[in-house]
Structure formats: structure tokens, C-alpha cells
Design a protein around this ligand. Structure first.
Ligand code: MN
Length: 220
């Protein structure tokens, strides 16, 4: 193929126990999928699932054991963390799971909400999707009942269980599939529990999900 310029590098994520990489196709995100988080954002906690997207190259991958540097994004003074279980779609349904962060420019997202405008600027910015290695389903524990947490500088910010999802993994995939054709390489950020809050330059975020390891990010 004679491209005008070199195609962009393929975003990819490491796979636990494998030398192969998971090539990222699309990043879907579920909004307000834990009741206590929906309430903290001013909603009832009971509504059909809704979705937004991040570009595939928003992936900021932390290899196993690595702390990845996230540049503090432009235009915001209220960068929020949202720890989330990530579902990775393979060639035959769910391939595996990972720990992810749906980083959010909350001030910009709130401005867009007020004006009824799209969330892209608040959610889909560069490096807005930190993610750890993907654990294949067969090696993952009981993810549906796993604990999920996020600490900032060693202090608890978010702590819950995946079992608290309003729309569970199967239901989320069913709903997503009605709107888009899920493809190998798709990542689904399934929503965040309560306790979202701001981080600043110099903060270290460590998130984890039982059986899936931890994700470590330093804001710079
Ligand atoms: Mn989120």
C-alpha cells in the first residue's frame, strides 16, 4: 500500500503469560454503572446503560510491574481518576480482563454536560486510558465478584466490588452490541465505583482488581 505517510503505530497491551500483544481496536466506556457513583454524580442510580468512547491511541499502557508516567493534560484544573474493570474482546467473545483508569477532565466534562454537548474533550484526550496487562479469562479469578480499589499516594480513594455493577459484564456487552458490532481488539471500560476525585502533578495512583494485579500511574 502506498500511503502518503507511515500509518500510526498500533496501540497494544501486554498479555499476562504471553509474548503476544493485544492490539487495540476501539475503547468503549460505560457511564454511571455503580449506584453509589451515580449518586455522587447527582443521579438516581437507576437508568439504562449509556456509552461513550475514547480513541484507541488514548491507551497509556503500564507494563507489568511498571509505573507509567501520565502527563497532566491541558485545559483542565480538575483531573479525576476513575478506576475500572476493563473487558478485552478477542476473536471469540471475552478474551480477558485488565485494570484501567478512565481519566477525566471533570471540569470540561461538566461544562459539556451543562451545555448538552459531547463529552469528548472531557473523556477522550491523549493518554486518558491508562491500562495494565490483560489477564486471559482462564487465568483470571472470579472477576464478577472481585474487589476493586484505587489509592492515591497510598491513601484509599475508591474501594468496592465488581459485583456492585448496575449492569453486569454480560448485560453491558449485550447492550453495547445493539449499538455497535463488537470486534476483536475492543476494550470496554465498565464504569467506576464511588470515590472519584482529583489528582495533581506528582501524585502516584495505584489501582487494583483481585486476580488482575495492579496498575500504577504517576501524574507528571
Ligand atoms: Mn468511567
Amino acid at each position: 500500500m502506498d500511503y502518503l505517510f507511515a500509518p500510526p503505530a498500533q496501540a497494544s497491551v501486554a498479555i499476562v503469560g504471553s509474548a503476544q500483544r493485544f492490539p487495540v481496536h476501539r475503547i468503549y466506556c460505560v457511564g454511571r454503572n455503580y449506584e453509589e457513583h451515580a449518586k455522587e454524580m447527582g443521579h438516581s442510580g437507576r437508568e439504562p446503560p449509556f456509552f461513550f468512547m475514547k480513541p484507541a491511541d488514548a491507551v497509556l499502557h503500564a507494563e507489568a510491574g511498571q509505573t507509567v508516567a501520565m502527563p497532566y493534560p491541558t485545559l483542565t484544573s480538575n483531573l479525576h481518576h476513575e478506576i475500572e474493570l476493563v473487558v478485552a474482546i478477542g476473536t471469540d467473545g471475552i478474551f480477558g480482563y485488565a485494570v484501567g483508569l478512565d481519566m477525566t477532565r471533570r471540569d470540561l466534562q461538566n461544562d459539556m454536560k451543562k451545555q448538552g454537548r459531547p463529552w469528548c474533550i472531557g473523556k477522550g484526550f491523549d493518554a486518558s486510558a491508562p491500562i495494565g496487562p490483560i489477564t486471559p479469562v482462564a487465568q483470571a479469578d472470579d472477576v464478577a465478584n472481585a474487589g476493586i480499589y484505587l489509592q492515591v499516594n497510598g491513601q484509599d480513594r475508591q474501594r468496592s466490588h465488581v459485583s456492585q455493577l448496575i449492569w453486569n459484564i454480560a448485560e453491558t456487552i449485550e447492550q453495547l452490541s445493539q449499538a455497535w458490532t463488537l470486534q476483536p481488539g475492543d476494550l470496554i471500560f465498565t464504569g467506576t465505583p464511588a470515590g472519584v476525585g482529583a489528582v495533581v502533578r506528582g501524585d502516584t495512583l495505584v489501582g487494583g482488581i483481585d486476580g488482575l494485579g495492579t496498575l500504577s500511574v504517576r501524574v507528571e
